[in-house]
Unconditional design. Structure first.
Length: 359
């Protein structure tokens, strides 16, 4: 075969190879073990010495040229691939870094952590119950039978039952008191628990929202009295509001699930929308409380002849408003970022008693 033609064929094939795989095919076809040029090299052995010398030299030149072309093309393809990667994987290092998380802890969450720390220190553990509750836990077990007027006063949200199912509907719990029942059924007596969480009532004005937060407290033992209740609440308020002077007012009241019952107000002032605790001439109702009714103990399987104790239900949003001087309750749940940034807490600001609750 004409060596010029052979050379031309492979030089052209090298130039046409679109990528490294195609180029490798060309190399194998020409210079591989079974390649055309390699086979011609092998065939030289059958020539007579004179002819072999001339043909071998000429063939070597062609082989060297093709080999050089292969290497050059290979380098070219690699360069092009790198260029392409540099183009496609380009990164603008001048872009600003990731912004720091901007979220804050909602005052309600912060206050729940704070009050949990305080009550934990007094020996209360945390209990929980569902927000969609059966009417038995929310009412009956708490000595509020179906025809009791208190059921109407609760402005209850009712869940739907399926068509034809005429069992009483579930409710959105109207208070955290059903957790008293659940906790006593689960743990028996003696017991000391708090149960913070969401509750629901159809109500809406400057101091009421349809969803709000309560913390239930329950302490049952052999000889717990109203005096213990008063001490726990006063001690709690002193620790929570972080002021020595907190004034509580116990007012006789009525709840079906406690006997006797008391509502508790706290003294505060409101100067130009700024709420201050422990001074002034205003009183804000913050909780309902009393000695757990024997019928309630019995409903939860606790023997009222052996055990007695107190319970209270404290409005978390209210004490958050008072402590952090937040005038309008509705703003708590509007999700306004400016409000959240203003009243929110840093995520690492976990309240604990040794560190001071609200640094
Ligand atoms: N459950 C009552 C309410 O929501 C508060 C309360 C709790 C009263 C426990 C007495 C005892 O108004």
């Amino acid at each position: 075969m004409d060596l010029t033609e052979l050379r031309g064929k492979y030089i052209e094939a090298v130039a046409q190879a679109a990528d490294e795989a195609a180029l490798e095919d060309v190399r194998l076809a020409a210079l591989g073990k079974k390649g055309e040029i390699s086979l011609m090299m092998a065939a030289l052995g059958k020539m007579d010495p004179e002819a072999r010398k001339a043909a071998g030299a000429a063939l070597n030149v062609v082989k060297t040229e093709i080999d050089a072309a292969l290497r050059a093309r290979k380098q070219g393809l690699a360069d092009a691939a790198l260029d392409e990667r540099l183009r496609s994987e380009w990164l603008d290092v001048t872009l600003p870094g990731r912004p720091r998380p901007r979220g804050t802890i909602h005052p309600v969450s912060q206050v729940m952590e704070e009050l949990t720390a305080i009550f934990a220190d007094m020996g209360f553990s945390v209990a929980e119950g569902p927000q969609v509750e059966s009417d038995w836990y929310n009412f009956d077990a708490l000595n509020i039978p179906p025809e009791h007027p208190a059921r109407q006063e609760h402005d209850t949200f009712f869940m739907h039952r399926a068509e034809g199912d005429d069992r009483p509907p579930h409710v959105l719990r109207t208070h955290t008191s059903p957790v008293q029942i659940r906790a006593m059924m689960a743990q028996g007596a003696p017991i000391r628990v708090i149960a913070p969480g969401r509750v629901y009532r159809m109500d809406m004005d400057q101091t009421h929202t349809p969803m709000f937060h309560q913390v239930e407290g329950l302490a049952i033992d052999r000889d717990i009295s109203m005096a213990n209740l008063k001490w726990v609440l006063e001690e709690f308020c002193r620790a929570f509001f972080e002021v020595d002077k907190v004034e509580l007012r116990f007012r006789a009241s009525h709840f079906p699930f406690t006997e006797p019952s008391a509502e508790v107000d706290i003294r505060y002032s409101n100067v130009g929308g700024q709420l201050r605790i422990g001074e002034g001439d205003k009183w804000m109702e913050i909780l309902g409380s009393g000695m757990v009714h024997p019928k309630v103990l019995a409903a939860a399987g606790v023997d009222p002849d052996q055990w007695q104790g107190f319970a209270f239900g404290l409005g978390i949003d209210r004490i958050a408003m008072l402590k952090y001087g937040i005038p309008d309750l509705r703003a708590f749940f509007e999700g306004d970022l400016r409000w959240l940034r203003h009243y929110g807490f840093a995520a690492l600001d976990m309240p604990d008693l040794p560190g001071g609750l609200s640094r």
